[in-house]
Design a protein around this ligand. Structure first.
Ligand SMILES: [Zn+2]
Length: 201
């Protein structure tokens, strides 16, 4: 055992890792029109192009004009979300400043939603760029948000079976969409280090 490294068990990911299931939605949703540059076998491009009425089967919990937030069908933990640009882009350098800002704003917002709705105590947030870095979908950038709770390293093997059920993901989708609709401030701006005394009189 390596000191200082937590192991977050996710045995239900084995089929995905072994290539038995690469993430095709159970009910294929055919968009009426694809975005320019979309890759048709990319599930993020498919979700980006789909009608919002199909958000539930696709696991899309939020859309902005530039980004989308989807549940990961092979989660490391309950609440594992992916935040991606609508455009099929493999490199950070291919994103414009507006996309980068919108993606970061989505990360902040959905961490806030999960803190409120799921009482997440912390998050692992990560981005794998390129297949060599472990990206499962190297052509379309996506940030992972993995919510964490005290002790989840220990109890997860015990409850693992409950996390692979499609109903669990569907229930998660319902919970997050409802929580997101209530609205969580995208960011809470801390008082400025230079003094933020509020509106002057
Ligand atoms: Zn794509």
């Amino acid at each position: 055992m390596t000191a200082g490294i937590d192991t977050l068990w996710a045995p239900w990911r084995l089929g995905y890792v072994q290539g038995q299931d690469r993430g095709t939605p159970p009910e294929p949703v055919e968009p009426a029109a694809w975005r320019a540059g979309a890759v048709h076998d990319c599930f993020l491009c498919r979700a980006a192009a789909a009608d919002p009425g199909d958000d539930r089967p696709l696991g899309v919990v939020a859309r902005t004009p530039l980004s989308l937030v989807v549940t990961n069908r092979f989660p490391y933990s309950n609440g594992h979300l992916l935040v991606a640009p609508l455009d099929h882009r493999a490199s950070l350098a291919d994103l414009c400043p507006e996309q980068l800002l919108d993606l970061q704003t989505c990360l902040v917002r959905w961490c806030g939603v999960m803190q409120e709705a799921m009482h997440a105590h912390g998050f692992n947030i990560g981005l794998n760029v390129g297949a060599v870095a472990g990206a499962g979908l190297p052509g379309h950038l996506h940030w992972h948000i993995v919510p964490r709770w005290p002790g989840d390293v220990n109890f997860m093997p015990t409850v693992a079976g409950a996390r692979v059920l499609p109903q669990s993901l569907d229930s998660l989708w319902e919970q997050l969409v409802a929580a997101g609709a209530v609205g969580t401030p995208p960011t809470t701006r801390p008082a400025s280090a230079h003094g933020d005394a509020g509106p002057s009189r």
